[in-house]
Design a protein around this ligand. Sequence first.
Ligand code: UN1
Length: 494
Amino acid sequence: MAYVSTNPSNTSDVVTEIELGTSRTFVDAARRAKAAQRAWARVPAPVRGQVIGNIGRLVEANFEPLAQLVTREIGKPIAEARGEVQEIVDTANFFVGEGRRLYGQTVPSEMTDKQLFTFRNPVGVAAIITAGNFPVAVPSWYIIPALLCGNSVVWKPAEYSAASAQAFYDVFQAAGIPDGVFEIVFAEGSETFNGLEQALQESLVDKVGFTGSSEVGVRIGELCGRHLQTPCLELGGKNPMVVTEDADLDLAVQGALFAGFGSAGQRCTSLGTAIVHESVYDEFLSRFVEAVAAATVGDPTSDVLYGPLLDEKFALAYEKYLGWIGEHHTVHGPTGRITDSSPRNGFTGANGFFYHPAIVSGVRADDELFLQETFGPIVGVMKYSDLDEAIELGNKPGYGLSCSIYTTDPNKAFRFRAGISAGMVSVNNSTSGAEAHLPFGGNGKSGNGSRQSGVWVLDQFTRWQSMNWDYSGKLQKAQMDTLEIGANLDFRLG
Ligand code: UN1
């Protein structure tokens, strides 16, 4: 079946046409990956690190075309697309060094003439399934460490970012990865799921990495659980931003603007609800509304706050979320698609999936709008009166990816950090903006506690193996043949 990936800023611009595979295509790729993995694992880690270094250099050499392609295919503003490509380079740079570390330990034994060791072993074949809102950065968070650790990878990117995925794949292949070690498969969700199920049954996949919706994450978690596997799940978010009574409001508004509307609110780390202290609520709200009204929306190849939604599928889902706006809410400005009959000041876009930014105030804790992820340019605003209440509200939707607090009081910042369930906490910063070497991941509906990036992701793509080596020349039994040193435990001072 053919799939046509179009430019969401101008739907008559066809970016690429691809052939979608079936579950069989997926299983075949997993089989090739399985066959290639052992030889790859035997390549010394520092040499695998060199390949990762080459990937970093190749991405740098192809930086601008890759960023432009991301902008053309999913409508991400070019400045953010460049940031995204930079994130691949940052990840590669980090893992070059890890190729020379990938440390195990030497551990003392309780017996003489015996030594204990630990080693990190690759897991095997990693099946990586990613979304298209970060079509190249997020895949790199999985694929680079997976390869570095000696795994082979089968990657199923989102169809609607197929051209960006193919470009990413081609650049990686140019770095000298042996045949079969990195496979790409284009397929729809249901075919992928069936293929994954079969591949797990045939022991062709040893680890699953998935970035996408909580709903699909649950299904993948169930499937992996049946095969005694723990997937690395990076799911949705309903990320709160708390603005305290002592916050620098200009800073908070700037942060809310970027967190809520950057990438048209389509990051899993996007701001969901601003929870604002009652004493600064009106002031924050009016400044926020003003800032959003003044922002430029439109052509993502230029300097805009945001461009179109990723694809038609996302536009339709977003329209459903807009339906959650109720009578008790106040909506500041028009909502829905930007058209000739619903224009926006300073709009620079054309015929694409462009939507008005929506600020909805008067949000309540039992609103769908408060409880569910609303992937798109919409931010809820609500009031709180004491910090414990704000923390409780922040946790209530049951996600736990990222969050933010704007405050000038360290006491509040640390109380918030300890109370909030999110995997990432920003203080005086946007809810988005993870750096490539800090743990990234969520809890609750945002994930199963797995963490990507930095040294933390090594635990996803390796398994610890322990070794003990007795060179005493006799059988020494652990716990039984250990040396004992006597002590006078009845000894007391005075
Ligand atoms: C995602 O939306 O899946 O911190 C990841 C950020 C980005 C990553 C978001 N660097 O917002």
